[in-house]
Design a protein around this ligand. Structure first.
Ligand code: PGA
Ligand code: MG
Length: 228
C-alpha cells in the first residue's frame, strides 16, 4: 500500500487560524497605559507578534523590535500584559474565513491535525476551546510546552514522534517566517498563508514550499498531492 505523502498537518495559531491582533494590541496598550506610556497603533503591534509573549511584551514596552527593557520594567510589563490579555482574550478574536471548512476537509480526508503555536498555553487552550476549534486537534503544542519554540524544529519533531510519522509526511501551515524556518529545519513540507502577521516583506519572501490563499486551498493542495 502506498502511503499518502502528507499524513499530519500542523497549523500555527495567531495569524493563521485566529485573528488575535486586536486583543493582543488591546492588552499591550492596557499594559502600556498602566505604566504611563501612550498607545501603539495596531499596525505597529502587528509587526511585533510571532515570537511569543516575552518578545511581544519587550517590543511593545520599548516600541522597538530588538528592544530590551530593564528587568524591573519587563517584569512589571509581563504581569500587566498577562492580566490584561486574560481579560481581553476572546473579545475580538475570530477564526479567519475558511478555517473551519479547511480543517473539516482535512479531517474528513483522514489527515491528523496538530496546532503548534508560540503563544503560551494559558492563552492557547481557552482560545481554541472558545472558538470551537479544539476538537480538531489531537495535539496542541504552545510556546511554553517544550524547551524550544518555533523557529526551532523541536515542536515539529515532537509532533512527528507523537503521530509516529517521518517529517516528510507532515506539513506545517503558518503565516510567519518562524513557521517556515521550523518546517524546513524539521524536514517538513512548508505552506504559507498571505494574511496574518509577517513583520516585513511579501509572503513569497518567506520561502515556503507553497503559498495558499487560505485553509480550503491548503486542503485542496494536500488532498491533490497524492501518493509517493
Ligand atoms: O504568540 C505569538 O507570538 C504568536 O504565536 P503563533 O506561533 O501562533 O503565531
Ligand atoms: Mg503566526
Amino acid at each position: 500500500m502506498t502511503l499518502p505523502r502528507i499524513q499530519v498537518v500542523a497549523l500555527d495559531l495567531d495569524g493563521t487560524l485566529l485573528d488575535t491582533l486586536t486583543d493582543l494590541a488591546g492588552a499591550a496598550n492596557a499594559m502600556r497605559q498602566q505604566l504611563g506610556l501612550p498607545p501603539l497603533p495596531l499596525e505597529r503591534v502587528k509587526t511585533y507578534v510571532g515570537d511569543g509573549m516575552a518578545s511581544l511584551v519587550k517590543r511593545t514596552l520599548t516600541d522597538q523590535r530588538d528592544g530590551e527593557p530593564t528587568p524591573g520594567l519587563f517584569e512589571q510589563g509581563l504581569e500587566g500584559f498577562k492580566r490584561c490579555y486574560d481579560q481581553l482574550l476572546h473579545d475580538a478574536t475570530r477564526a479567519y474565513p475558511d478555517v473551519e471548512a479547511g480543517l473539516q476537509q482535512m479531517q474528513a480526508a483522514g489527515l491528523r491535525l496538530a496546532c503548534i503555536t508560540n503563544k503560551p498555553k494559558r492563552f492557547t487552550e481557552p482560545l481554541l476551546a472558545s472558538t470551537g476549534l479544539a476538537p480538531f486537534f489531537e495535539l496542541i503544542l504552545s510556546g511554553d510546552s517544550l524547551a524550544e519554540k518555533k523557529p526551532h524544529p523541536m515542536p515539529l519533531l515532537h509532533a512527528c514522534e507523537f503521530f509516529k510519522v517521518q517529517p516528510a509526511h507532515m506539513a506545517m501551515i503558518g503565516d510567519s517566517i518562524n513557521d517556515i524556518l521550523a518546517a524546513k529545519q524539521a524536514g517538513c513540507l512548508s505552506i504559507a498563508v498571505p494574511y496574518g502577521y509577517r513583520h516585513a516583506g511579501p509572503v513569497e519572501a518567506l520561502g515556503a514550499d507553497h503559498v495558499v490563499a487560505g485553509l480550503v486551498e491548503a486542503a485542496d493542495l494536500l488532498l491533490n498531492m497524492g501518493s509517493h
